[in-house]
Write a protein that binds this ligand. Sequence first.
Ligand code: HEM
Length: 392
Amino acid sequence: MADSVPPPSSDIVPNYWDYLALDRLLCLQNGVDADDRDLVSDELLFIIVHQTYELWFKMILRELREAVSLVGSGPLKEAKVPYVVHHLRRVGQILRLAVEQFHIVETLTPQDFLGFREKLTPASGFQSFQMRELEIILGLQASQRETYGKTDALEHIRELAAKSPAGALAWERLSNAQAAAARGGTIRDVLYEWLYRAPIDGSFPDSAHDETVVAAFLARYEAALKAHHKRQIDRLVSTGLTAAKEVEKRFEKSFLQAKRFLAAEDLTAESFPEGTDLEAERARRRRSRAGLLYIESNRDLPLLAFPRLLIDTIVEVEEQLVLFRTRHARMVERVIGRRVGTGGSSGVDYLDRTTRHRIFGDLWSVRTLLLPKELVPPVADPQRYDFVGFQP
Ligand code: HEM
């Protein structure tokens, strides 16, 4: 017991270096060598940059968990929406910084990197279990996970876990994250569920005649969308630059895609675990997408302003995540070209494939359907969406 660290006492005045555990923190940059003084500055940079990213991932995970726990096991209560927005905005800002940090990595020249790169093999950012946790808690679907060779990232980490001291921690964290996700505890699940309950022309899912109200809203919206398409076709054709037939075909296709999206016909049995009732899932998503369209189209209604901000914040988070992936891929291309990664993937090709997926696909897709304000079907009884307490 003689060497153990004394417990904190009330007479100990905190100081900067103990509070931040700098004695330990600054001794963790040696990689596979005994001392970081044995490393060239490029390798020290490489380690510090990765550790910094992992610290930011730690912070992001905390914010995402806070956001999910605010919702608890039940539905998202409107009063909590501003707090969820608060946590997610911070995530967006951290990711924005993470994207910027790749400039520092690019001070590594390709040749300097080759000087120590082989020491790492087969270690790779592919094994960043915090990045995987982040994807899971946001709601990345299993079908959206890119594989390389015979394996995907989760399987890869599971296989490696038993072979390293930190592996047990990595696998435990991922298993817990997957279990929580399976119980519906992802940002995506929570968001779609909340959108499902959005009031459409004052009607909620459990209101009498909700289906009729929602169907009427969608019918009016589709008619307005058709009119908007017609206006654009006429304008394009009148310029004489595009053949009428070609333009009409393109808009017709876009209109059919919009209808398919609103009818949730793009959801297939493969997107769900075996035994799921596909028709029930489609019905839920139809209402959730109608709610999303309603909020996005009527953001000037006071009660819909915060919901729209939540949607916008989530789009910002995902945009930054996609930019992170894209920026990382370009940095990798600049430093190692198109060679095989230390983790054994095809490198840049693999990384570029990961940029295609959208976790919050509905939030992105709905953008194609939005209308200029003057064409949006009028809201039935808009006073219902006012702040009642502020009525004159
Ligand atoms: C010179 C610097 C870097 C190079 C050459 C590089 C290269 C690569 C390559 C080739 C992969 C694909 C997997 C493989 O085969 O290894 C990868 C994956 C990854 N790297 Fe980097 N990387 C670098 C720096 C970073 C930094 C600073 C981060 C910050 C955390 C990072 C995070 C990741 C992540 C999260 C993945 C997994 C991507 C996915 O599977 O979705 N990398 N990296």
